[in-house]
Design a protein around this ligand. Structure first.
Ligand code: GLN
Length: 504
């Protein structure tokens, strides 16, 4: 009892101070010691922020877990780090581990240390690519963590560690100072033990409305204002109406009930739907027919953009240079040596894939097709959400030459929902030894539920989901949670956060 009182007292101190917004580092110092899963959580420190190793923070190296950037220091703070430091957050001593350049699902493609899940799950994947960020908030090293989410990298580790991971609408949080992986998909995401510190930053502290002129993909202020104005019940500061589940409809996408779905996850998903109903919400089935093509489209678009982004690491302008002293840059030897030793296998695989799908022979069959699928995925979402997409007028994709059967397919079933409800990952965290045996394709499969929202730029959150386990099976009892994903319409982030808060 005493222990729990301490925990509550400490949490109250932390949230109250942060809400008050006048945080001064010194005034935050607390003497309270809280034991949490054996970890000293809030001991004599202020609010701590873990920063993924692809986000610039002054005084820390930014290596993207790659040899090609080993020891690299970016001498300024990323905008998101500046914003959080302004709230009084301290960056924790070590950057959070990740998959190399964000390419991976288990934080195992790092050139340096692999990330381990928290005790007693050390043998299981912590998810990726922002695995280090998730572990930092799970084990109490930080109250908030920054990750990046291109195709699920914040949501997946949240699901595997039992934490909350939020991917905002594309273009909301500045990416200035964040090393790009795939620009049209990259978002900065936040992780924490609960939804509250995340919505405090996004909604309460107004990150929602802050345009960054240094990031060309940061949504301009007048568009932010227009998007917010279109959201019924939102006030001008971006506050969403309180989540009262009566009157809210949650869609369960039929295409997400895949064969590969672990039965425990399926049961957890069902329980979550029942909980929504018991809170007064409606749960209805919806169809998102292009889902089945979303994963393939993602794994064409993301590597293509990555191949283009990573071409700057040539040993001449950026990062490491691998030279035997005699090689001449002009004959390409320096370039080949640097990239050959600087990049890991997964990154090389993506560069090859991306260079191929962008080549003149293949671009029509792969890259262009993938862009069309992306547009269909977006239309699927727009069709099921009650709210319209405030950016739809500005979309310039040309659908006229699209296959007619695909067009017809996309008109199925007009359900009107507020949010979509799905698992975050098809299985509980897999054992690392299984992960090491997986083919790249097996590993890409894990992202099947997270990439559609990324392709459409929609806000999505993963919150812990209880899954029923056999009380006599010790191994199974360890895995008593999965990730539950809520997806909302573009710029409906505040409602997504508020509904997730109520559900968790
Ligand atoms: N697993 C996906 C990939 O490897 C997503 C990664 C991410 O969101 N950064 O591309």
């Amino acid at each position: 009892h005493v222990r729990h009182t301490h925990i509550r007292a400490a949490q109250r101190v932390i949230t109250t101070r942060w809400r008050a917004g006048n945080i001064q580092r010194r005034s935050l110092q607390q003497e309270t010691t809280v034991k949490d899963s054996g970890v000293e959580a809030y001991q004599n420190v202020g609010l701590r922020l873990a920063v993924k190793d692809n986000i610039a923070a002054r005084g820390f190296p930014t290596t993207c877990a790659s040899n090609i950037l080993a020891g690299n220091e970016i001498p300024f703070d990323a905008t998101i780090v500046t914003q959080l430091r302004r709230l009084g957050m301290d960056v924790v001593a070590r950057k959070a581990g990740m998959d190399e350049f964000g390419m991976g699902t288990h934080s195992t493609t790092s050139a340096f240390d692999h990330v381990h899940n928290v005790h007693p799950l050390e043998r299981y994947s912590a998810g990726g690519s922002s695995g280090g960020s998730a572990v930092a908030v799970r084990n109490g090293t930080a109250e908030l963590a920054l990750g990046t989410d291109t195709g699920g990298s914040v949501r997946m580790p949240a699901a595997y560690t039992g934490t909350v991971g939020f991917k905002p609408s594309y273009g909301m949080l500045s990416r200035w100072g964040v090393v790009p992986y795939a620009n049209s998909l990259d978002t900065v995401g936040l992780l924490a033990r609960t939804v509250e510190p995340i919505s405090t930053a996004i909604v309460g502290r107004g990150f929602y409305s802050e345009h960054d002129p240094r990031d060309p993909t940061s949504l301009p202020s007048h568009v932010r204002t227009r998007c917010t104005a279109q959201r019924e019940g939102y006030d001008s500061s971006g506050q969403a109406p309180k989540a009262d589940f009566r009157g809210l409809t949650f869609g369960v996408p039929l295409e997400y009930n895949i064969e590969e779905l672990d039965p425990r996850i399926r049961r957890g998903w069902l329980q979550a739907a029942e909980k929504i109903q018991s809170l007064g919400g409606r749960v209805v089935p919806v169809s998102l027919p292009s889902t089945k093509n979303a994963l393939s489209a993602y794994y064409v678009i993301a590597p293509a953009e990555a191949a283009s982004n990573l071409s700057k690491y040539d040993g001449i302008r950026y990062g490491r240079r691998d030279s035997d002293g005699t090689s001449d840059a002009l004959n390409g030897v320096l370039y080949a040596r640097t990239r050959g030793t600087g990049f890991g296998n997964e990154v090389k695989r993506r560069i090859l894939l991306g260079s191929y799908t962008l080549s003149s022979d293949a671009i029509d069959n792969y890259f262009i097709q993938a862009q069309k699928v992306r547009q269909l995925v977006r239309r699927d979402f727009d069709r099921v959400f009650k709210l319209s997409n405030p950016l739809q007028d500005e979309q310039t994709f040309n659908l006229s030459d699209m296959d007619e059967s695909v067009m017809l397919d996309s008109k199925l079933g007009p359900a009107q929902v507020d949010f979509l409800l799905s698992p975050t990952a098809p299985t509980p965290p897999p054992l690392l030894e299984q992960v090491h045996k997986q083919t790249p394709l097996d590993s890409y499969m894990n992202d099947v539920f997270t990439v559609p929202a990324s392709l459409a730029g929609l806000p999505a959150i993963s919150i812990p989901m209880d899954i029923p386990v056999d009380p006599n099976n010790e191994e199974e009892k360890l895995l008593h949670f999965g990730g539950l994903q809520l997806i909302g319409q573009y710029w409906d982030d505040a409602r997504v956060l508020s509904a997730a808060g109520k559900l968790s």
